[in-house]
Design a protein around this ligand. Structure first.
Ligand code: SF4
Length: 371
């Protein structure tokens, strides 16, 4: 099989990795294998080459297209072949970085060494100094993680589930505490001593809907990772059944569920909400119909809030007011109080959302009952 065909197969096999805002479904306009648009924090498109080194895997994760029990053609790119293929894309300005992951062909150590070899070739032999995201293999040694963090700009390790029992339901070969949580804690401790190391952040990813874990369990785990391990971001991948796996008949996860989890995650991570500020339904799931911030606001007794005196903490709890507009409000009101909704609209406040929750110079804008 030629390199281009291998790249086609292996980049398709990388579909479950969605870190870096890279969505498998956001293919680049350039019609070449493995090029996906990541989305930068300001919304700009960043084309990356996203691939596995191999789709061979000794693990049996029940949701995964590459799991050991599935019967399909297994291939691999050798480190030199992959490095050259990537550089060909990079030198032609098709991509701005590499997202490197892998199945486990023989064992974890060998897989990490192969991946490190690709990165070493790029950095040392070819002097490549642009973006690399390195997907750490669960169970990897501390030394190999350290070397990956020295060479890559970002590392991530997929946590897959919220609990140890949840992981046991979907994989018999991974140990939640030993292979995953312990490694995430190593990544955190290494990054704190980073000195000249390049790696600037770590992320993780969870598969949602492959087991029976609730949104409360998912968000409790994510909140604890933010708090204890300085995680910069978490990603949620909606389970979708794959033919030939044990879960092929399981219902697909509703995409609205992951959308609501992302909203709730932003409240926990960016807005620093406590978990108990979020509202869950009786089955401990988020509502699929309502925005988590709006539901949270309905359950708070701080509203309606006077815009001219509210704290930053209070302002960012108003639906329709984000962190940027809250900062703008705090800066402008020092010079002159707000009187009209129009003045807030100019700062980026979504008036339709915010109106029932605010007062302007003592005037309540619209009663929630009339909303
Ligand atoms: S470790 Fe699990 S999720 Fe990763 S490639 Fe192997 S089977 Fe798939």
């Amino acid at each position: 099989m030629n390199t281009l065909r291998k790249m086609q197969v292996l980049s398709d096999s990388a579909q479950y990795d969605i870190c870096d805002y890279v969505n498998h479904y956001k293919k680049s306009d350039i019609n070449l294998p493995g090029i996906y648009n990541a989305t930068g924090p300001d919304g700009c498109k960043i084309p990356l080459f996203k691939t596995l080194m191999t789709n061979k895997c000794v693990n049996d994760c029940k949701y995964c297209i590459n799991q050991s029990k599935r019967n399909f053609t297994r291939i691999e790119l050798d480190p030199n072949e992959l490095a050259r293929a990537f550089l060909n894309y990079y030198d032609n300005d098709y991509v701005q970085g590499l997202f490197l992951s892998s199945g486990i062909a023989k064992n974890i150590d060998q897989t990490m060494e192969n991946m490190l070899e690709v990165v070493n070739i790029l950095r040392k032999d070819y002097g490549y100094d642009d973006y690399i995201h390195f997907k750490v293999i669960p169970g990897a040694s501390k030394d190999s993680i350290k070397r990956a963090m020295f060479l890559a700009n970002r590392v991530s390790l997929n946590i897959e589930s919220a609990t140890s029992d949840g992981l046991s339901d979907i994989s018999s070969t991974k140990d939640y505490n030993k292979d995953i949580l312990k490694r995430i804690s190593w990544i955190n401790s290494i990054s704190k001593k980073k000195n000249s190391m390049m790696c600037s952040s770590s992320t993780t990813q969870m598969i949602v809907g492959a087991n029976d874990e609730t949104d409360l369990e998912v968000l409790s785990r994510i909140k604890s990772l933010y708090k204890n391990y300085d995680l910069s971001r978490s990603y949620f991948s909606a389970f979708s059944p794959v033919e030939g796996t044990e879960l092929e008949k399981k219902e697909e996860c509703n995409k609205e569920r992951t959308s609501k989890l992302y909203h709730a995650d932003a409240l926990l991570n960016t807005y620093k909400f406590d978990l108990n500020e979020l509202v869950f339904e009786q089955n401990n799931q988020l509502s699929l119909n309502e925005d988590p911030k709006y539901l949270s606001a309905l359950n708070r007794d701080i509203f309606p809030l006077e815009i001219n005196s509210a704290s930053f903490y209070e302002l960012i709890r108003v639906p329709g007011i984000g962190t940027i507009s809250a900062k703008r409000i705090m800066s402008i009101r020092k010079k002159k109080p707000f009187i009209k909704l129009e003045e807030l609209k100019k700062l980026g406040v979504v008036i339709d959302r915010a109106e029932p929750f605010i007062k302007l110079s003592g005037n309540y804008q619209i009663a929630l009952d009339n909303y």
